[in-house]
Design a protein around this ligand. Structure first.
Ligand SMILES: NC(=O)c1ccc[n+]([C@@H]2O[C@H](COP(=O)([O-])OP(=O)(O)OC[C@H]3O[C@@H](n4cnc5c(N)ncnc54)[C@H](OP(=O)(O)O)[C@@H]3O)[C@@H](O)[C@H]2O)c1
Length: 228
């Protein structure tokens, strides 16, 4: 049974990924986030462990990741799905430095921290799958998107660089870059954006990536609704 570390699974895309992969009964889950996903037990079981953490807090995140790495049952993470993220849209001169750092830390530094913590184990076991949920903002800048675009361009750059450090070790990194998805993102509610992608569309791509044979990777997926 492979062990998945998934971030931010209480709503939206992360919740859809958790629900889709749980159905397969082939994975154990370590979920990191501020809130537990619906249906996940409150207490650690053999196959599920929820760890409350504010992923915008770098020190707290690194401490919780060390806790996972040192756990005798859950420590050997096979698959990382970096999903937790937040939007923030404002003109560059109006962004408070504190907010800039929060967005960069949550969307980018937490991704760096999960990869850095578990890559050595993936190398030892000659197996690893890393999926980073990014955004179309990782390759297109737009007004008011300074912090968000910087964080997501960073995710894409980090993924491309690390991919070249791990050639030949059966470790893959996939960046999924969706357009708008109908979730709680940016203060919206599910149903507010009926023309947009559904969180399940993104979860389906994750399932597809995890089904690929060894030594075969889809490096980037740009997923868009055809209705907007
Ligand atoms: N929806 C879109 O249009 C869209 C488009 C492209 C990419 N994305 C990306 O998709 C990912 C998921 O977003 P979503 O659309 O599913 O939005 P969402 O419904 O708001 O989900 C975001 C998830 O991240 C968690 N999270 C946020 N801040 C956190 C923090 N400081 N510490 C720990 N967990 C935190 C949330 O948990 P809490 O409730 O506890 O905060 C939630 O589980 C994000 O990386 C986002 O950038 C979204």
């Amino acid at each position: 049974m492979k062990t998945i570390l998934l971030t931010g699974a209480c709503t939206g895309i992360g919740s859809a990924i958790y629900n889709k992969l749980k159905q397969k009964k082939a994975y154990r889950f370590v979920v990191l986030g501020r809130k537990k996903p619906e249906g996940m037990p409150f207490v650690e079981t053999e196959n599920e462990w929820f760890i409350p953490v504010d992923l915008a807090d770098v020190e707290q995140t690194e401490q919780k990741l060390r806790l996972v790495r040192e756990h005798p049952g859950f420590g050997e993470i096979d698959i990382i799905i970096n999903n937790a993220g937040q939007g923030y849209f404002s003109k560059i001169e109006d962004i408070e430095t504190e907010m800039w750092l929060k967005i960069i830390n949550l969307n980018l530094t937490a991704t760096y921290a999960t990869i850095k913590t578990f890559l050595p184990n993936m190398k030892r076991q000659n197996y690893g799958r890393i999926i980073n949920i990014s955004s179309d903002a990782d390759h297109t800048g737009f007004p008011d998107g300074g912090a968000y675009c910087a964080s997501k361009f960073g995710v894409l750059g980090l993924s491309e660089a690390v991919r070249k450090e791990i050639i030949g070790q059966n470790i893959t990194i996939t960046v999924i870059s969706p357009g708008r998805v109908d979730t709680c993102f940016n203060g919206k509610k599910p149903g507010d954006r009926p023309l947009s992608l559904k969180p399940e569309d993104v979860a389906q791509q994750v399932e597809h990536v995890l089904a690929l044979r060894d030594n075969c990777n889809v490096e980037t997926i740009r997923l868009k609704s055809t209705l907007e």
